[in-house]
Design a binder for this molecule. Sequence first.
Ligand code: MN3
Length: 205
Amino acid sequence: MHTLPKLSYDYNALEPFIDERTMEIHHGKHHQAYVDKLNAALEGHDDLAQKTIEELLSDINNVPESIRQAVINNGGGHANHSLFWEILQPADEDTVPKGELSLELKKTFGSFEDFQEEFTSKAMNVFGSGWVFLIMDETRKLKIKRHSFQNSPLMHGNTPILGLDVWEHAYYLKYQNRRADYIEAWWNVVSWDKVNELFTSLKTS
Ligand code: MN3
């Protein structure tokens, strides 16, 4: 059985950038619904129910067609949101990456500012509901990828280390249609320590 991950901070901890009510509904209702629907889809598929969400998504073609789309939508939703909560933290002075990740971002994108600009622009250009991710591909290169709906980078052999949810449910209560304001605010609550940790563990795995 997949379960809703507990947050390491309170629903109001990301204020004023992400408001308490949005967090409560986003984590407690939306994410919970993905978990519940994923478990429902896996009912009667005992072999698949044993697998982790990463195993399921990275081998999606071996999920029977009758439940594949449900696993893509709800399993993707579960994995994407689990990452999203993990790479957030209450705002502090730490607004730029350090360590190995910082060097790799410079090498790949020119500078942190160039990376941030490209990531923001891709997030602005997601049409409708979707996500933007910083991923490591199979050759261990960092890339920025856009995905519609809850499609997971794991289905394409890519491992996400940063993800931004641009579904309206992520920001509508506080920002209404102002996605740009939400994205600008979101950068303040990214945990670069966590992203760096994910990067380093992939790099050395
Ligand atoms: Mn969401």
